[in-house]
Design a protein around this ligand. Structure first.
Ligand code: ATP
Length: 451
């Protein structure tokens, strides 16, 4: 099936159906920053929920953490972010715009004719300088005397500084992991491509602490497990690939890093990074804090600093990938339809209950059914407008099932269940409906875009 998706169509759908809006729109927006509306919140929650499910509830060697956004500033000295969390920046003396020096080939010069920065007749780029991506603010009531602190650029460091707390209270021993989901901030020089790269975003990170000799094995394990997670949730496997960092690209502390990349409309781009971070982080924080951050095995008498495998994903970027992968257009009875073929577990709404007409007792029965279903799954009731328009609306937000109440429902206690992808309609008894839908939601699902 030809892929009809473009980034513009995703942006338009998000606005039209209330998934995502530009931030502060009535004031003209604030560059590449977005707010999530009703369905955007539900979808993002489902993405994060599925991540938690795979990290916590389907295994017993990972525990949860929720650390503060503002950590002690020494955290960022120890982690190396203060000195080295930088991107190369150039500025154009002619137009005053700033660009990421390593992305010039993907960027447009601010002036006509539209060329890459540095290629126009007037372009006058400065030398490259390193720009620190951390947002700085002041803690305390008086700016002059307050301490300079930073909004975290990743959630991972909050995990490392809590290593001892978690080790002492969780009754876990390596190999074990600490997982966290939360907002991170990066003063990106060139954000863009909708929610792909923004200055404020949510990360889903897990630090897996292992005996040093087992690091390579666990790196392979997590790389495969994380890729499988996307496929299980419906991303087409041929739109995913693994890319190992070469020696030049590797962070100084990492002995191996692989990116899971997705084929976005902007081309292959990183969805998630899996890194073998060695013992760098725990050693740095031990040195800067004076605390021992190690594991003592009482059985063997062995003492060691665990090595760390880190799968680090972005919730917003993942949401974008799921939307892009799910976006489809087809025709029903000569009429064009836009449909989000989301995995049912990710769909913001699982079932819409629709009376065919707004009379003859149909709304009352439909409301009753909605009331029963909403206790089991995210359900929506909609009685406004022609039935075709209501189906279309649900298709666009990715609702896998539509339940229609008609005159027959009042006679024989059955309703029509319409399936989003196949468009098959079946009559189901109202008293079996909740069971039936729950079973269908739990069943294996395969993207119809795979043909
Ligand atoms: P990139 O190369 O795209 O800048 P990165 O390698 O710096 O990303 P990591 O530090 O590995 O990213 O962060 C882990 C994940 O967090 C990324 O794979 C991505 O999904 C997400 N992420 C990072 N930066 C951003 C951003 N500015 N906006 C949205 N998501 C982001």
């Amino acid at each position: 099936m030809a892929d009809v998706v473009t980034m513009d169509k995703i942006v338009a759908l998000c606005k039209r159906r209330g998934f995502i809006f530009p931030t502060s729109e009535i004031y003209g927006g604030i560059g590449s920053t977005y707010d999530y509306g009703h369905y955007g919140v539900l979808l993002k929650n489902n993405v994060k929920g599925e991540w938690w499910r795979s990290m916590l509830f389907e295994r017993d060697d990972v525990v949860a953490l929720d650390s503060a956004i503002i950590q002690h500033p020494r955290t960022w000295e120890a982690s190396g972010h203060l000195a080295g969390f930088t991107d190369p920046l150039v500025e154009c003396r002619a137009c005053g715009q700033r660009f990421r020096a390593d992305h010039l080939g993907d960027l447009a010069c601010g002036r006509k004719p539209s060329l890459h920065p540095g290629e126009g007749p007037d372009c006058d780029l400065t030398e490259v300088r390193q720009f620190n991506l951390m947002f700085e603010t002041t803690m305390g009531p008086v700016k002059e005397t307050g301490a300079t602190v930073y909004l975290r650029p990743e959630t991972a460091q909050g995990i490392f500084v809590n290593f001892k707390n978690v080790l002492q209270t969780s009754r876990k021993r390596p190999p074990f992991g600490i997982a966290q989901v939360g907002t991170s901030f990066r003063n990106e020089i060139t954000p863009g491509n909708f929610v792909f790269r923004t200055r404020e975003f949510e990360q889903m990170e897990m630090e897996f602490f292992v005996p040093p000799g087992e690091a390579s094995k666990w790196f392979e394990y997590w790389t495969a497990a994380r890729r499988d997670w996307y496929v299980e949730l419906g991303l087409r496997a041929d739109h995913l690939r693994l890319r190992a960092h070469d020696a030049e690209e590797l962070s100084h502390y990492s002995s191996a890093t692989s990116d899971i990349e997705y084929l976005f409309p902007i081309g292959w781009s990183e969805l998630e990074g899996i890194a073998n971070r060695g013992d760098f982080d725990l050693r740095q924080h031990a040195e800067f804090s004076g605390e021992k951050l190690e594991y003592f095995d009482q059985g063997t008498g062995e003492r060691y600093v665990p090595h760390v495998i880190e799968p680090a994903a972005g919730a917003n970027r993942t949401l974008l990938a799921f939307m892009v992968d799910a976006y489809d257009e087809d025709e029903i009875g000569g009429e064009k339809r836009t449909v989000l073929r989301l995995h049912p577990r990710l769909a913001p709404i699982k079932v819409a209950v629709l009376p065919l007409v707004r009379k003859d007792g149909q709304p009352e029965l439909a409301r009753e059914i909605h009331q029963t279903l909403r206790a089991r799954m995210a359900a929506e009731y909609d009685e406004g407008g022609a039935i075709g328009r209501r189906y279309r609306r649900q298709d666009e937000i990715g609702t896998p099932f539509g339940v229609t109440v008609d005159h027959q429902s009042l006679e024989d206690g059955t309703v029509t269940v319409r399936e989003r992808d196949s468009l098959v309609q079946e009559r189901v008894a109202i008293d079996r409906l909740a069971e039936e839908l729950s079973a269908r939601l739990a069943a294996a699902w395969r993207s119809p875009k795979l043909g």
